[in-house]
Design a protein around this ligand. Structure first.
Ligand code: SF4
Length: 226
């Protein structure tokens, strides 16, 4: 999961895409975009609502060529492309796809949880905006992502966030508040932790039960009853 060895030169056509939203006004605030959901994610978040997208070995459902053709038809109508997931930075072909999007005159947006800091760092010069998901305060990260050692995911995410902030890329930092793990105090502590590293605007999102496991939906209902 933490294999970050560079695989340079992967072509955009090798991108494994689970699905595409052809027009969205909410994936990049203030922009009208197409959103490509890239297959595979190293984490297993409690509230993940798209389990089919997690398996890195699953085949793609949409060819990059279709996105390419969509952009050609939507020149002047779309502002950009958002690469979402899954964890899009997992795929080595992403850099080439971003270059293509830029060369076609569109903006590049990225949704990431920061699981691969070195890969993210290499992508930063190609990105115009990032929606960065911070899952929890450091000490509770693993309770959400549920893989790796006690601090693995937290270390990856906060290293990535530091890189994004230092690069000065336009970023929205947001947290899906999972009430089965996070108390109100935890959320306040996280906002303070983020402010301390330079994040002024921390957006909180309500967790949605649709698409989550039955087990999680039951835990969520119990948390709401408390
Ligand atoms: S990072 Fe996103 S795609 Fe990956 S498990 Fe968590 S919620 Fe699901």
């Amino acid at each position: 999961m933490s294999d970050e060895r560079a695989r340079p030169g992967a072509r955009a056509d090798g991108l494994v895409i689970a699905g595409v939203t052809r027009m969205s006004s909410c994936d990049w605030p203030g922009r009208l975009v197409a959103t490509a959901f890239l297959q595979g994610c190293p984490w297993r978040c409690t509230y993940c609502h798209n389990h089919a997208i997690l398996d890195a070995r699953a085949p793609g459902q949409v060819a990059w060529q279709e996105v390419r053709e969509l952009l050609a038809r939507r020149t002047g109508l779309l502002d950009g492309v958002v690469f979402s997931g899954g964890e899009p930075t997992r795929q080595a072909a992403l850099a080439d796809a971003m270059r293509e999007v830029r060369a076609a005159g569109f903006g590049v947006g990225l949704h990431t949880g920061g699981a691969y800091p070195r890969r993210l760092e290499a992508l930063l010069p190609l990105v115009d905006w990032i929606g960065f998901d911070v899952k929890a305060p450091r000490t509770l990260y693993r309770a959400i992502t549920r893989v790796g050692g006690p601090t693995t995911a937290a270390d990856q995410a906060f290293t990535s966030l530091r890189l994004v902030l230092d690069a000065g890329v336009d970023v929205q930092v947001r947290t899906t508040v999972d009430p089965t793990v996070l108390s109100d105090e935890d959320v306040h502590a996280l906002t303070a932790e983020l402010r301390a590293v330079g994040v002024q605007d921390h957006v909180l999102q309500q967790v949605r039960p649709d698409g989550t496991t039955t087990e999680y939906q039951q835990a969520l209902a119990a948390a709401h009853r408390r």
